[in-house]
Design a protein around this ligand. Structure first.
Ligand code: ADP
Ligand code: MG
Length: 331
């Protein structure tokens, strides 16, 4: 029995590692607490995928808030590496621009809700307001590579780390001559070029209220990242609490959105904004889009609407089984 399972595992590894075309290389792996896969075509696809995987492991070690050996673990004042400093600066900038909807210092509150350990609980209002004393992106200082926060604060890059890993993967693949690739980092999608046959990639847009997809997005050469309440949540007293916290209240975001998908050039921007716009809710999210327009967005609301900004409206096709959803183009 053991041998059989062993052979099966070897077979699966062979199947995923050696793909058909000579210039194609695909690999599935687990990192940053999620399943990832990279399929690359052209150039030194195999070398590219392997060094991207090494880079992702390296980033995982550096960036995790829970890993005692990471650069961010319990930092109150200290020097960090180039990557960490850059990503902290990026997260702080987006925090600023989104009025604190994204806040990389939300961790003490997130932890109290049990989202870091899966031991879920509803903290008392007093506990939440006490913990919010230790939240505030504007109190983090970055001077070169030295980061300082107030005592009791913690930095969590969970909302942007996978996006950054996607950007790094894309860079490494391109450096290896890869001309076409589908990078899937736990649902964060990043596309290099178009499909090897020159046509656009077809990505499923997940149904946030059930299994399967509500439709297909046909795009190339961009990043596509979704944040949704369905990804991690728990139910207590009939109420659903999700893993994205509204920093203005300390409670899980709950404002009528089921999911937010961002389409833009950079993975890190998509990742940061998918979380931030999920916190903002429909009205503020669309206002933010109108003020910036350096990205596109799909909002799925709890009253069965799919709101799509004009840049990608004609690239989305609703699935026949979801005709109950009302698709609205936003401009
Ligand atoms: P996922 O990582 O599940 O794909 P997100 O990119 O939306 O989803 O990131 C959610 C993670 O970001 C949470 O698990 C938590 O670590 C962190 N987080 C939750 N709320 C916020 C917030 N308002 N600002 C910044 N980070 C947050
Ligand atoms: Mg995010």
């Amino acid at each position: 029995m053991k041998t059989k399972i062993f052979l099966l595992i070897i077979l699966c590894l062979l199947l995923t590692a050696c793909s058909s075309a000579p210039d194609e290389y695909a690999q599935d792996f687990f990192a940053m607490d999620t399943f990832m896969s990279i399929t690359a075509y052209g150039g030194n696809a195999e070398d590219g995928v392997k060094s991207a995987m090494r880079r992702i492991s390296e980033l995982e070690l550096k960036l995790s808030v829970t890993n005692k050996n990471s650069e961010l673990y319990a930092i109150n004042r200290g020097e960090v590496g180039e990557d960490t400093a850059e990503l902290v600066k990026f997260a702080l900038d987006i925090a600023d621009r989104t009025g604190g909807a994204l806040d990389p210092t939300i961790y003490p509150v997130l932890r109290a809700w049990g989202f870091t350990t899966d031991e879920y609980r509803v903290p008392s209002p007093e506990e939440i307001s006490a913990l919010l004393e230790n939240v505030g992106h504007e109190r983090v200082k970055v001077d070169g590579n030295t980061i300082s926060t107030d005592e009791g604060m913690m930095l969590d890059l969970g909302a942007v780390a996978k996006g950054y890993a996607g950007d790094e993967t894309e860079r490494i693949l391109r450096e290896n001559g890869v001309t076409s690739a589908l990078i899937n980092l736990g649902g964060n999608i990043q596309l290099v070029g178009s499909k090897p046959d020159g046509t656009d990639w077809r990505l499923g847009v997940k149904d946030p209220a059930g299994d399967g997809n509500i439709g297909v997005l046909t795009v190339s050469d961009c990043a596509v990242v979704t944040s949704g309440s369905y990804e991690r949540y728990f139910t207590a007293d009939g109420k659903v609490y999700c893993h994205i916290i509204d920093p203005s209240s300390g409670y899980p975001a709950d404002n009528g959105l089921l999911s937010v998908t961002i389409v833009a050039d950079e993975g890190r921007l998509c990742d940061a904004l998918s979380t931030a716009l999920f916190v903002m809710g429909e009205e503020r999210a669309l206002e933010f889009w109108r003020e910036n327009k350096n990205f596109d967005v799909i909002l799925i609301t709890d009253n069965a609407e799919v709101l799509i900004t004009e840049g990608i409206a004609d690239k989305f096709q609703l699935d026949g089984s979801h005709k109950n959803l009302k698709v609205v183009t936003v401009n």
